[in-house]
Design a protein. Structure first.
Length: 508
């Protein structure tokens, strides 16, 4: 049975060693890697849990969801938040792992075994007369031999303990670096939420803008139909030519095409919004229209105040500052490698040994053994490994400091640009409203004048196009105000910022 088992193991080992670990044979065309159908079959039949797929979020098909509700759904269903959460939990476990070096290490082991051995034993012949008169080894002759068989049964239980007492700050540096990485993961988690909030906000306004463009294109179609009817009436009375009517019909057809294109863009914007939330496009989600209230909170603060706020609370800057601290702790750890380490090493063992010789009865004893040692070790020469490691950590620190400085400058530029875009959008709002009013009045006047034979058809078409453009500009400006306000809040780190108020603890 044992031989058969070993034979099977041998063939399995040979099969594993000869398994195909190939790469594509040529770069010209795709290929079928070994085992790909297995993965594709598993993927086709894999069933994701509710937490993995986001299907645990209940969507009411009759309810119209506003921006705040969509953001709440996104933060609960978007897989990026779960990934960032697991990374933060991993970093927290890393802190606990590093702190375990402060505790003693205990290990228990047990062993039991049987050993059978033999000792060659010669058969001797001795000349007793010569040995008595003149003792010599030459009087002893080996005439044969045999063996002495021994058997032993051993039982052993052991408890080892090792405790590092002094390491000149190496463990504290490792723990501090792990805590900095935890801070990086935590603010990265908050940064993920902020990015998701901004993405949902931006795509919500993009959907609102797409809806407004549908309305604009429909209004343009109605205007084109009105112009076509006016041209048809003049043609019927012999006051307009056939080419003018054909051009009016062409404009109507173009406006109808623009309506369909706008409807398609609205559908794409809706899919993008649902995707940013973390839902499937098949989910029946009703989204509210854009509001009319402009976000004026950021407009009351100066750009210097916003920059100062960004430099003190942006998650990416906090993460890069924590990275600098982690590199400083790595340097402390590398320098601690030059100093000795003092530890306590102890063991307690209970052993039993039974021995049988030449088929005799087993004899033996069991006794405890124990010991305690204080050890000190210091590396004297390691091929300059410690020096090179210290140089590496110092270079990483300088790189982290440069990254922090670059990120700080980038944050200033982002705040400045977002602030400028927001202010520009606010200034455009009044101008867009005036432009829309003037374009509407101009179109009405030119159309009425054309119907009375006082204006030409090109003037009507030009007024119609100006009106359509003014309507689009008005809606784009309104959407730009909301989007730039969200971008400004994101650039300052204010978007979806957690509360800094510490929770109060009840006294017992």
């Amino acid at each position: 049975m044992t031989l058969r088992f070993l034979t099977v193991q041998l063939f399995i080992g040979i099969a594993v060693a000869n398994a195909r670990n190939d790469s594509p044979p040529t770069p010209e065309k795709p290929w079928l890697p070994p085992g790909l159908p297995k993965y594709e079959g598993e993927l086709a039949h894999r069933r994701f849990s509710a937490a993995e797929s986001g299907s645990h979020i209940s969507i009411n098909p009759r309810k119209v969801y506003g921006l705040a509700e969509l953001i709440d759904i996104a933060e609960r269903s978007n897989p990026d938040t779960r990934v960032a959460w697991e990374r933060a939990r991993q970093a927290a476990a890393g802190v606990g792992l590093s702190e375990s070096a402060y505790y003693p290490y205990l290990a228990a082991s047990a062993a039991a075994g049987y050993d059978r051995a033999f000792i060659p034993f010669p058969t001797l012949r001795v000349d007793q007369e010569k040995l008595l008169t003149n003792p010599s080894l030459a009087d002893v002759t080996i005439v044969g031999g045999g063996s002495l068989v021994t058997e032993a049964r051993a039982y052993r239980a052991e408890l080892n303990a090792k405790w590092l007492l002094l390491d000149f700050g190496e463990r504290s540096a490792v723990v501090a670096a792990a805590k900095e990485r935890l801070m990086m993961a935590n603010v990265g988690f908050n940064g993920t939420h902020q990015k998701i909030v901004f993405q949902v906000t931006e795509r919500f306004y993009q959907l609102g803008t797409a809806r407004q463009k549908v309305l604009v294109s429909q209004s343009a179609l109605q205007a084109a139909q009105t112009v076509e009817q006016a041209v048809q009436a003049r043609v019927d009375h012999g006051l307009a030519t056939k080419p003018e009517l054909l051009q009016a019909q062409q404009q109507t057809a173009q406006s109808a095409f623009d309506v369909e294109a706008a409807v398609g863009a609205e559908s794409d914007a809706r899919v993008a919004l649902v995707e940013s939330i973390g839902l499937l496009p098949t989910v029946p989600l009703k989204v509210a229209d854009l509001g009319q209230r402009s976000p004026l909170e950021q407009a009351n603060r100066s750009v210097d105040q916003l920059i100062e706020q960004a430099l003190s609370q942006r998650p990416d800057l906090v993460a890069k500052l924590a990275n600098v601290h982690a590199r400083e702790d790595e340097i402390r750890k590398a320098r601690a490698e030059y100093y000795p380490k003092v530890a306590v090493d102890a063991h307690v063992t209970e052993s039993e040994l039974d021995v049988s010789i030449a088929g005799s009865k087993f004899f033996g004893d069991h006794q405890p053994t124990y010991g305690v040692f204080v050890t000190a070790s210091v590396p004297i020469f390691d091929g300059f490994a410690r020096r090179h490691q210290l140089e590496i950590t110092e270079a990483e620190l300088r790189a982290a400091e440069s990254e922090l400085a670059g990120a700080r400058d980038g944050a200033v530029r982002e705040v400045w640009k977002a602030y400028t875009d927001f202010k520009t959008a606010l200034r455009k709002q009044d101008s867009a409203a005036k432009l829309l009013t003037a374009s509407q009045n101009a179109f009405d006047a030119v159309l009425d004048s054309y119907q009375h034979g006082l204006s030409t058809y090109p003037e009507v078409v030009s007024a119609e196009r100006n009106l359509t453009s003014a309507r689009g500009v008005s809606h784009d400006t309104q959407s730009a105000i909301f989007t730039s306000a969200a971008a400004l809040a994101l650039s300052t780190g204010e978007l979806a910022r957690p509360s800094t108020q510490m929770p109060t603890r009840s006294r017992r």
